[in-house]
Design a protein around this ligand. Structure first.
Ligand code: GLN
Length: 276
């Protein structure tokens, strides 16, 4: 079955993953149902649909997340954003964490699962479709989900006012692609445009997020945003303009600038320190 699909032009690893998903069995002893599921998935993959959507789920850190065309596919670089964000949290005590524009829920649900039960996590998304996927994934993480709340709405509009000034950590992988940026067809043709492109410059979501973050963080609280690798200077400037301090661009594991980290000053009049 796998060999036949691979002979038909499919990447052998993709064919193997599809076979596992279709029948849980890699030899040719499959049921008719397994066979027809396999054929349907192979057909979708051949038509160019990303493997993650064809399979319907994808691994992200410790989680197996439902993913479909309503949300961005969780990416390895975002796993590293979560790693950095977790490292900013104090070792003990309860924290409140916000994932702005959560999509599938990958970032916030990972933090809830990995810090359970000592992280209360708020997830938001402006897309009702994304909220539906995040809710399904919340249901899938079991008891770690008891510390999670999800709200629909645009950026800070979605966050309950009771969290103002009290967040320990905000994490976001917002849309940051400019319409002029080249995207591979597998991304441009299949993933939700609103999760990729925020407006004409690619910086519009950072303007919203970093413009108001200082009012939502507790004194000393951190914000971590995933960025495009050429956006460091612009996003640092937005963070400073938003009154944040200790603003820093961080590289990913391959040395590319892929996130900006900043915090609210401990003192309201704290000095601005920039390390970029
Ligand atoms: N890294 C994604 C891509 O370029 C973009 C993700 C985003 O805009 N948040 O494919």
């Amino acid at each position: 079955m796998v060999a036949a699909a691979a002979a038909g032009g499919l990447d052998p690893m993709d064919a193997r993953r599809i076979a596992e998903e279709a029948g849980g069995d890699l030899d040719d002893q499959v049921t008719d149902l397994g066979r027809s599921r396999f054929d349907a998935m192979v057909e979708r993959r051949r038509a160019g649909e990303p493997l993650q959507y064809v399979l319907g789920s994808w691994g992200f850190r410790s989680l197996d997340l439902l993913v479909d065309r309503r949300v961005l596919i969780p990416r390895p670089e975002t796993e590293w954003v979560v790693e950095v964000a977790l490292g900013l949290l104090p070792d003990d005590g309860e924290v409140v964490v916000l994932d702005l524009g959560t999509g599938s829920g990958a970032i916030g649900l990972s933090i809830a699962a990995e810090r359970w039960p000592r992280a209360r996590v708020v997830l938001t998304d402006t897309s009702p479709d994304a909220v539906a996927v995040a809710r399904a994934n919340l249901a899938g993480i079991g008891r770690a989900g008891t510390t999670v709340e999800i709200h629909e709405g645009s950026w800070w509009d979605a966050v309950p006012a009771s969290h103002r000034g009290s967040l320990d950590l905000v994490v976001s992988n917002p849309p940051y692609v400019a319409p002029s940026d080249p995207l591979p067809p597998e991304v441009a043709d299949w993933e939700p445009g609103a999760a990729l492109i925020p407006g004409p410059t690619g910086l519009e979501a950072f303007v919203e997020i970093l413009g108001a973050a200082a009012g939502w963080l507790r004194p000393g609280g951190w914000i971590v945003c995933e960025i495009g690798e050429t956006q460091g200077v612009d996003v640092v400037a937005l963070a400073i303009a938003g009154g944040l301090v200790d603003v820093e661009v961080r590289p990913d594991l391959t040395g590319r600038d892929r996130m900006v980290v900043a915090r609210r000053a401990d003192q309201p009049d704290g000095a601005h320190a920039v390390r970029a």
